[in-house]
Design a protein around this ligand. Structure first.
Ligand SMILES: [Zn+2]
Length: 309
């Protein structure tokens, strides 16, 4: 009697402990899962690291990703009469346009390309081919200033020399359209507040003399001055120094983003597009109304019509 009671008791105990144990395991599993999820979220690469977790929908874009990795450095296309190789110089701009941070070699990037292609009436292959690149260029170009009209004198100001890259720049070359200059100053203040850029700019927007990044290389240029530049550099052609320059408006700014300030050689642009300041501009300039000329990493235009769209 006693022994059978004790047997029943021990069976009961065993069942209860099994229950507690399995509940514990379940809890542990749930906890482990949560930890894993947190880790996955924290570790998700923000910039150029290849993403390890491939979502189901991007899996089918592995082949497109391989093709993009090849085309990024090899796609042949024409800029005016100049043959271009690849689109690696525009990777940051493309990522911004596609609203993605994954780099060009990932299936996620290819998936985003296909989404953009679909939106823009192209076959959604996920491959950034010549047709897609040309569509991207058209999209970027459409957001630029569409006039080269001189502003009236009352809309212009002479900016302090401390904002300019060349401290010896002559006073007639310091003119900027007033609204554009105010927007530029707000943008510089925002960049200064971003500690990761380590810019030597004070809160009131004053540059330290030794700071180069974000300073203005060139702003308003008169027709006469532009003609003089063309005469000095006749090889630059229509693409280099346009007869109808957006600099005539006083709303186009050449901003120092690294390397040689305004040289279109691929090796120079490759340096410029990698600087934290350039990458910051790509992500943030449009908040202040500034839009890029994709081919010249230093050239930014103040286009108020695009704001609040
Ligand atoms: Zn320019």
């Amino acid at each position: 009697m006693f022994s059978s009671k004790s047997k029943a008791w021990s069976v009961f105990c065993a069942v209860v402990s099994l229950f507690i144990l399995s509940a514990g395991i379940l809890k542990l599993t749930v906890f482990a899962q949560a930890v894993e999820n947190v880790k996955a979220a924290d570790l998700r690469p923000r910039t150029t690291v290849v993403t390890k977790t491939v979502s189901a929908s991007s899996k089918s874009f592995r082949a497109a990703a391989t093709e993009n990795a090849r085309l990024k450095n090899s796609l042949a296309w024409a800029f005016g009469s100049k043959t271009q190789t690849g689109w690696y110089l525009y990777e940051a701009l493309i990522q911004h346009t596609l609203k993605i941070e994954d780099n060009a070699e990932t299936p996620e990037f290819a998936l985003a390309v296909s989404g953009w292609q679909k939106q823009n009436g192209l076959a959604p292959t996920g491959i950034l081919d010549k047709e897609t690149l040309m569509a991207l260029v058209k999209y970027w170009q459409a957001r630029r200033l569409n006039s080269s009209i001189y502003p009236s004198d009352d809309k212009m100001l002479t900016a302090p020399i401390s904002f300019f890259y060349d401290p010896t720049r002559s006073v007639e070359l310091l003119k900027v359209q007033s609204e554009a200059f105010e927007a530029y100053k707000r943008m510089v203040a925002a960049a200064a507040a971003d500690k990761s850029l380590k810019l030597k700019i004070s809160k009131n927007g004053e540059f330290a003399p030794e700071e180069k990044f974000l300073k203005i290389v060139s702003a308003f240029r008169s027709r006469e001055y532009q003609a003089k530049l063309r005469a000095q550099s006749p090889q630059s052609g229509s693409a280099g120094l346009a007869t109808n320059s957006p600099h005539f408006t006083g709303q186009a700014l050449d901003i120092y983003v690294g390397g040689e300030p305004v040289t279109t050689k691929d090796f120079n642009r490759a340096v410029q597009v990698q600087t934290p300041v350039y990458k910051w501009l790509v992500k943030n300039a449009e908040r202040f109304g500034f839009y890029p000329y994709y081919y010249e990493p230093w050239h930014w235009e103040y286009v108020p019509r695009n704001l609040n769209k």
